[in-house]
Design a protein around this ligand. Structure first.
Ligand code: 5GP
Ligand code: ZN
Length: 116
């Protein structure tokens, strides 16, 4: 169920505007407002879930869908050969700042490992 105080729920409902890349019945994809790479999009499930830590067995197909949408967009934007990174930050200590599960897709520049 949508959370009235959640930024991404507000984007999903249209209350807060965003640059939409893709949408389907299970998720939306928007450009990150503070892009860290030439392609930096967020794949966001429509259903409010605070983080990966809240996901259950019932969500396994949805989690796979989010990753596959990210891969499709990476290819659509021309990064299939050069490579791309998908990231899920879980919890403040790992850098999660918006408590609604989302997958970051980053591409279009060299990536370092390990991430900071
Ligand atoms: P997190 O830090 O939770 O892993 O990722 C949240 C992301 O949401 C950040 O990369 C941040 O730049 C992005 N973000 C925060 N507020 C907004 C917003 O209002 N619109 C969009 N498009 N992205 C946002
Ligand atoms: Zn939400």
């Amino acid at each position: 169920m949508a959370d009235n105080h959640c930024l991404f729920c507000k984007i999903i409902s249209g209350e807060v505007p965003a640059d939409l890349v893709h949408q389907d019945e299970r998720c939306i994809t928007i450009r990150d407002i503070n892009a860290q790479a030439p392609t930096h999009v967020l794949v966001i499930p429509r259903e409010h879930m605070e983080s990966l830590d809240e996901a259950s067995g019932r969500d396994e197909a949805l989690l796979g869908h989010l990753l596959r949408v990210g891969a499709r967009i990476a290819n659509d934007e021309g990064h299939g050969d050069s490579g791309y990174r998908t990231v899920i930050n879980t919890g403040a200590g790992a850098g999660q700042s918006v408590p609604h599960l989302h997958v970051h897709l980053l591409a279009g520049r060299p990536m370092n490992w390990p991430p900071g």
